[in-house]
Every structure is written in C-alpha cells, then in structure tokens.
Design a protein. Structure first.
Length: 83
C-alpha cells in the first residue's frame, strides 16, 4: 500500500497517510477539522528490493552476462579457410 502526502489548504498542516490505492482521499484536516485537505502529487519512493534473492550481478552490464560470439564459419568447411 502506498503512502500519500496531504496538505491542508486552510492551516498548511502536512501529513502522510498509509492508504490502499482504491481508498478515497482524506478530506478533513486533523489539526483544524476543516474539509480542506488535499492530496499532493509526489515522485514516490521508487522501487525497493527487500529480502534475499537480489544480487549485484543480476543487473550488471558488461561482457560477463552477454552471449558468446558466434563463429561465422560453417561446420561443413565451406571455403572460409579456417579449417
């Protein structure tokens, strides 16, 4: 469940609320009790990996994860001169 940031338009009080995505936005400010609370648009926390199973080499760039180069010669000795 995501955490949403809210700001009251009346008293400028800010708060974070842990809500499901399908939940209705909060409207009443807990400080001034007015129905002027607005959900703010934020960048979010990004993707977080927790637990085992994620390793440094999983997304490492370079030749260690690439496929070996294919030989351009055919195995039937078709005149390339490498046999």
């Amino acid at each position: 469940m995501p955490t949403y940031e809210y700001k009251c338009q009346n008293c400028n009080h800010r708060l974070d609320a842990f809500q499901s995505m399908s939940a209705d936005p909060l409207t009443e400010c807990p400080e001034c009790q007015q129905p002027t609370l607005k959900r703010l648009i934020s960048g979010g926390a990004g993707l977080i990996f927790k637990g085992t199973g994620f390793y440094q080499t999983d997304y490492k760039s370079g030749s260690s994860g690439s496929a070996p180069e294919k030989n351009s010669c055919s195995t039937d000795g078709g005149g390339c001169g490498c046999n």
